[in-house]
Design a protein around this ligand. Sequence first.
Ligand SMILES: *[C@@H]1O[C@H](CO)[C@@H](O)[C@H](O)[C@H]1NC(C)=O
Ligand SMILES: *[C@@H]1O[C@H](CO)[C@@H](O)[C@H](O)[C@H]1NC(C)=O
Ligand SMILES: *[C@@H]1O[C@H](CO)[C@@H](O)[C@H](O)[C@H]1NC(C)=O
Length: 190
Amino acid sequence: MGVMKYFSFVLVVVMVLSVTHAQASKKKNWCSETVPYKMGMEKMTKLHFYFHDNITGDYPTTFKIAEAPGVSNTSSTFFGELYMADDPLTVGPDPNSRLVGRAQGFFGFSAQKDLSLIMGISIVFTGNKKLNGSTISIFTRNPIANTDREFSIVGGTGYFKLARGFVTAKTYWASGKNAIVEYTCNIVHY
Ligand SMILES: *[C@@H]1O[C@H](CO)[C@@H](O)[C@H](O)[C@H]1NC(C)=O
Ligand SMILES: *[C@@H]1O[C@H](CO)[C@@H](O)[C@H](O)[C@H]1NC(C)=O
Ligand SMILES: *[C@@H]1O[C@H](CO)[C@@H](O)[C@H](O)[C@H]1NC(C)=O
């Protein structure tokens, strides 16, 4: 009897494995059908904080990572200079006030005739339990010579999934390439 029983056990195992394999092959259908989708109710959250961008000084948080050789160093608008930033965001204009998050990403001088940046940053919030770890993505033109500016919010994660909206930004203080900017975020999300 032993041999027969062993043989049918092996057969069952082989059958189970081939069914599993067939299911795995079906999963190779990597694109789902497109079906109607209803978003939940739109909500608006407003956030207000100060962004500290130091390129020089004792504790810089923004560093030049590239430039256009032979162009950026003769350009009156720093055209082609690219920076990577990990800037603190605080509740008040004082850099020692409570930290609410960080702005991480890059910005580059993108205009030959004006002082203007292209800015792609992700803001991660850490200031309270509700928003902890959630992000908003900003991709925008930033004409830094104007005191008042508007940035576009193009997405988000966590609490701010599917976010869009805008930031009204106002230069609070600037010295050379260091600045404190007041951010008021108007975030529409679900
Ligand atoms: C700019 O950089 C180039 C090399 O990339 C150098 O030849 C030139 O002298 C520099 N010009 C100035 C004004 O520093
Ligand atoms: C940025 O630099 C200024 C001096 O230019 C300094 O007073 C300030 O504390 C620095 N900010 C941060 C966040 O380190
Ligand atoms: C945010 O999350 C981190 C890591 O998950 C945790 O260490 C921290 O205490 C949290 N902060 C708040 C304010 O909830």
